[in-house]
Design a protein around this ligand. Structure first.
Ligand code: DX5
Ligand code: ZN
Length: 218
């Protein structure tokens, strides 16, 4: 049986002058989740958007909000992200001093809990929390910007994580973020990913809905 991959277009690459229409397009499309990149200008060298924008997105979006926090001390805002309607909350391994506690707090707030790994962070760093996770986000670029090139070493990291998940009987999904496109999609899924984020590949394409469909078919 071949399960179709989860597609999570990243709103960071959308046209913010017509954000409402972009969200309606995602509602019509085969996209599964909407990926929201929150950046604080400290954890990453860029600032994106925060709570008021997510609130507005929630009013229109008919799909789960997959929120990727590229911020320091993300534990300060867990409850707020729940209140504004996020379904899945992913924090960075590199930004959490008490990761185990942060994961528990996300779950206590009735959201799915994810942890993201920067390209240099060993996959093995998650061995002791993998059973508690709903999702691992493998960064296949250095976080901070859309439109970067996929780091090919990420394929090896996905396979390694897949083995760790199986070894530990974990239910965690593997999501891959950065430089994903129609051409490298197949390799990413074959390496063991369940879900992909796609920003530029979707929103800068001529027909975003069709691109989402192509990604879904891998
Ligand atoms: C990068 C973000 C990504 C980004 C992906 O820091 O986490 O989600 O929007 O954009 P593309 O698909 O264009 O690399
Ligand atoms: Zn992201």
């Amino acid at each position: 049986m071949c399960v179709k991959p989860i597609i999570a277009p990243s709103l960071l690459s959308a046209n913010f002058n017509r954000l409402g229409e972009e969200i309606q397009m995602l509602n019509r499309s085969e996209a599964d989740w909407i990926h929201l990149d929150v950046m604080d200008g400290v954890f990453v060298p860029n600032i994106s958007f925060g709570m008021p924008v997510i609130k507005a997105v929630r009013q229109l979006a008919e799909k789960p909000l997959d929120t990727h926090l590229m911020i320091v001390q993300p534990e300060r805002y867990i409850q707020v992200f729940k209140e504004i309607g996020c379904d899945l909350l992913t924090v960075h391994w590199e930004a959490c001093t008490h990761l185990h506690r942060t994961i528990a707090q996300i779950k206590e707030n009735d959201m799915l809990a994810g942890v993201a790994l920067n390209p240099h962070t060993p996959v093995s760093s998650l061995e002791d929390v993998i059973q508690d996770l709903d999702l691992v986000l493998i960064m296949s670029v250095n976080p901070g910007f859309g439109g970067q090139k996929f780091i090919s070493r990420s394929l090896h990291r996905i396979s390694e994580l897949r083995k760790m998940i199986e070894r530990n009987n974990s239910n965690a999904l593997i999501e891959v973020d950065g430089g994903v496109n129609v051409d490298n999609m197949k390799d990413i899924i074959n390496a063991g990913a369940d879900a992909v984020v796609a920003g530029n590949a979707v929103f800068k394409s001529e027909n975003p809905e069709e691109t989402i469909q192509k990604l879904k078919q891998r």
